[in-house]
Design a protein around this ligand. Structure first.
Ligand code: ZN
Length: 210
């Protein structure tokens, strides 16, 4: 499905209300920018050798970057050609909007996440932080699917299917593992889930570590 910038912007505005309702967190979208990228541009943003990055780019549905001292707008990026149907796209947009809510409400958590992400030697904290960060965004995406978008379907082309098994499993797992931990430990209790973002280091490791 070919994406269109204005359409995506309207979807973000609509879905952000649904994300706020499910997450019990406020979003802070503006100032916002939407960009549509070629797969090759996605690959450029990733780590690893070209082949790995190229394969990995096929497992990515969207990107969110929060505004900071260098980039003075919130940036949503999606591939120009999307591999799922409209309802699936809405769930993915919801995932990215949740990252906006996390940045807006828990800046200290994000500081830690970025700090540990820049460590090369010991990433056990990073993985735990990432499981909460991505796992909770998955929680939102899956809740959107069950509450609003039951016909959501990702239907990658044959070529994409060929590439998918080769993508970095470590990265994929953080999403699913984080989601499973949140569901198992906290069910749908958003008060408890949102309070996790105020925990630090060892406490997060205790819940989300290996
Ligand atoms: Zn994410």
């Amino acid at each position: 499905m070919r994406l269109n910038k204005n359409d995506i912007t309207q979807r973000i505005e609509k879905i952000s209300k649904q994300v706020e309702e499910i997450s019990e967190l406020k979003t802070q979208l503006s100032p916002m920018r939407v960009e549509l990228l070629n797969r090759i541009r996605f690959a450029e943003c990733l780590d690893g050798n070209f082949l790995k990055r190229f394969f990995l780019s096929y497992a990515i549905w969207g990107f969110y970057t929060h505004k900071d001292s260098i980039q003075n707008f919130n940036l949503f990026e999606f591939p120009k050609n999307y591999g799922g149907n409209e309802e699936d796209l809405n769930c993915v947009i919801g995932h990215e909007i949740m990252h906006n809510a996390q940045h807006s409400n828990f800046p200290d958590f994000i500081l830690d996440l970025n700090h540990y992400g820049s460590w090369i030697t010991d990433c056990k904290y990073f993985k735990s932080y990432l499981r909460l960060f991505e796992g909770d965004a998955e929680f939102i995406s899956k809740s959107l699917k069950s509450e609003y978008y039951p016909n959501s379907k990702y239907a990658p082309s044959k070529m994409i299917k060929l590439f998918l098994p080769k993508t970095d499993e470590e990265v994929e797992n953080v999403y699913e593992e984080g989601y499973k931990i949140i569901k198992r430990e906290f069910g749908n209790d958003r008060k408890k889930i949102n309070s996790l973002y105020n925990l630090r280091n060892k406490e997060i490791l205790e819940i989300f570590g290996d």
